[in-house]
Design a protein around this ligand. Sequence first.
Ligand code: COA
Length: 260
Amino acid sequence: MAYKNIIIEKKDGIATIKINRPKVLNALNKETIIELTDAVLTLEKDKKINVVVVRGAGDKAFIAGADIKEMKDMNVLEAKEFSELGHNLLDKIRQSRLPFIAMINGYALGGGCELLMACDITLASKNAKLGQPEINLGISPGFCGTQCLPRLVGRAKAKEMMLTGDNINAEEAKRIGLINQVFEPEELEEKTYEIAKKIASKSPVQTNFIKSLVNKGADIDMHSACALEVSYFSSGFGTEDQKEGMTAFLEKRKANFKGK
Ligand code: COA
């Protein structure tokens, strides 16, 4: 699929997906969501890729939400299809074998905040602003915000954010557990790729297992989740990466993981 709204770059096992609609602060229209979904599924099959960084073009925004211009005249059925399109994309990110890092260089609002919550690690610049301002437009969040936000930051803070529609700054987002780390704006890119490189050097089998166990475990009971952990942990011993990791430790050298 040829992309009009996103740009994909690949280097050193890291794929970057850049949402490229800076004139509308990278707002998500239908076409962009379809392209993003295609990119996630395509990268999933690329065995040379171990990590994905998602970012927005320009220096103002990650994603300023779903495209309000496109949404304004939607009818009920169209809104349902749009919401399902968004849910499907975020589900594909959560289900992906690949760790996703969201790099937040400015506004991450509405669908932007919902997209970062589907990612595995979120790194933001000090000037980032995050929030679910849908209520100010007379709607509620439609890409999993009402479900993901309370699970991440607790019901009290989630309701406060969604009912007031107020944005929070990066430090506050870190304090409440919505994002991982905050950097000076000029450091954000370098730090993001430093962390991406570190994760890309690990066993891809195990980055997949860890992501999958944490995500699946959050949706099932503790007993079943622990049984799943036993199963993943033990199957790791059938991989070359486990032998390589432990041999490298004992030989006092850096492990060279192959994802096998
Ligand atoms: N959908 C469509 N277009 C958007 C958009 C969105 N979610 N967010 C910003 N834009 C457009 C603006 O309409 C504007 O277009 P224009 O130049 O043709 O007028 C352009 O992006 C720049 O935005 P602007 O509002 O002028 O920038 P700002 O610095 O004054 O404010 C924000 C930035 C993010 C605070 C403001 O754009 C905003 O509140 N956006 C909507 C956020 C939102 O409600 N998201 C949830 C949607 S469900």
